[in-house]
Design a protein. Structure first.
Length: 154
């Protein structure tokens, strides 16, 4: 059981650029407190392409031996039709304690498409991740498949 409080605010910097800040506070009976701060800078590069620079910082009360966990990313997203998008980018993740270091990094691609119904979507996400180990960087390939049902739209 947990309670969560979320807030988000967008600021238009120019006609094509938006700065977004989001904050989530969560407290669970077993997981204790968690705080996630998200910063995004998005720029419209055309009618159907968005560039995004993202930063996130997470503090987990229960698992704080690594201090705050951070994530930095750069991505491009393209709308390819009514229900198709292609996104790709690179992400670096790490922690602050006992020293600031990168834990993993790598490129990713997400293909998203609707199928069968206008409320049913699938995503395919191939990813190559280099993990920082005691022996150096180790590369691992992965593929994530997602199925999403959207029952309401804004």
């Amino acid at each position: 059981v947990f309670a969560r409080l979320r807030g988000r605010e967008d600021w238009g910097l120019t006609e094509d650029t938006v700065f977004r800040f989001g904050q989530t506070f969560r407290y669970g009976t077993e997981s204790q407190g968690r705080s996630i701060s998200q910063f995004d800078l998005e720029n419209l590069l055309g009618e159907s392409t968005v560039a995004r620079l993202s930063s996130a910082y997470e503090y987990d009360q229960q698992n704080n031996m690594n201090g705050m966990v951070w994530s930095q990313g750069l991505s491009l997203s393209h709308v390819l039709g009514d229900s198709k998008t292609l996104s790709y980018g690179v992400t670096v993740n790490g922690h602050l304690k006992p020293d600031w270091r990168s834990d993993n990094k790598g490129p990713w691609v997400v293909w998203r498409s609707g199928f069968l119904r206008d409320w049913l979507f699938y995503e395919a996400e191939p990813r190559l991740t280099w993990y920082n180990t005691d022996l150096g960087w180790e590369a691992i390939w992965s593929l994530t498949l997602r199925l999403e049902v959207q029952l309401g739209r804004k």
